[in-house]
Design a protein around this ligand. Structure first.
Ligand SMILES: Cc1cc2nc3c(=O)[nH]c(=O)nc-3n(C[C@H](O)[C@H](O)[C@H](O)COP(=O)(O)O)c2cc1C
Length: 221
């Protein structure tokens, strides 16, 4: 093992967990994720990579039972929203501005001890590709693309910890924004995820995975 390698799980363990996970339809409302595991899952969100490192998001963990029942009504009645141990709403910044890029650069200077001068061409290229002459809808789509990486990260991290999850796109995003008061904070809902433990009655836990064969979806050139 060289210096750049770390102890990690075996390939077969990774695959076992990816096969074990499924989009959980029924959660056990009585089972809660313990604080250390939840804290690690929160960190998996924070550690998500993003294009230019800009992190154009906010992860909202909804804990109030009453709000979660309201959100069920904005999710075509999907009970996972209220029954899972935790619910994460993935929100994006509605309209990324030049000032957001500047605060990110300030943060980089602080964390890495580099100078603003060193980062000026990076700053200009980010502003050039994301802000100048870009419609807000394009920026929003870009931010949404980024936040889906966080969703993937959460799903895989949960699976590795033996924790169940259900990604949720079947939600009325504008209603979510209203219920959570996001618009006034410059945020909007992109997607959500319920995280917790499967109920023993969830028949989908044992359903076969429906995936195209590797030969159809993977090409080597
Ligand atoms: C972005 C995204 C949104 C999804 N939205 C929902 C949803 O609203 N409700 C639901 O029950 N499943 C939802 N799913 C689950 C998919 O149907 C499921 O992941 C897919 O059929 C593959 O099955 P598996 O995850 O159980 O392996 C969503 C999945 C993804 C990736």
């Amino acid at each position: 093992m060289n210096l750049h390698q770390r102890n990690s799980i075996a390939p077969e363990q990774l695959l076992a967990q990816l096969k074990w996970r499924y989009a959980t339809q029924q959660f056990d409302p009585a089972r809660k994720i313990d604080p250390p595991a939840w804290s690690a899952l929160e960190e998996s969100l924070v550690l998500t990579p993003s294009s230019f490192g800009l992190q154009p998001w906010k992860f909202i963990v909804v804990t109030q039972a009453e709000k979660r029942e309201q959100l069920v009504r904005a999710s075509w009645g999907q009970r996972q929203v209220a029954d899972a141990s935790h619910l994460v709403v993935f929100a994006v910044k509605s309209d990324l501005r030049e000032t957001d890029i500047d605060s990110h650069v300030d943060h980089m200077v602080k964390v890495r001890g580099t100078s603003h001068d060193t980062l000026s061409s990076y700053r200009d290229s980010v502003v050039g590709s994301l802000i100048q002459n870009r419609e807000p809808a394009i920026r929003r789509q870009w931010a949404t693309n980024q936040v889906y990486i966080a969703l993937g990260n959460l799903l895989t991290s949960a699976a590795l910890l033996g924790i169940d999850a259900c990604p949720l796109e079947g939600i009325e995003r504008e209603k979510y924004d209203e219920i959570l008061g996001l618009k006034q904070k410059g945020l909007e809902t992109a997607v959500a995820a319920a995280v917790g433990y499967r109920a023993a009655t969830d028949k989908y836990a044992t359903a076969a995975k429906v995936r195209f064969p590797k030969t159809d979806v993977l090409a080597t050139m």
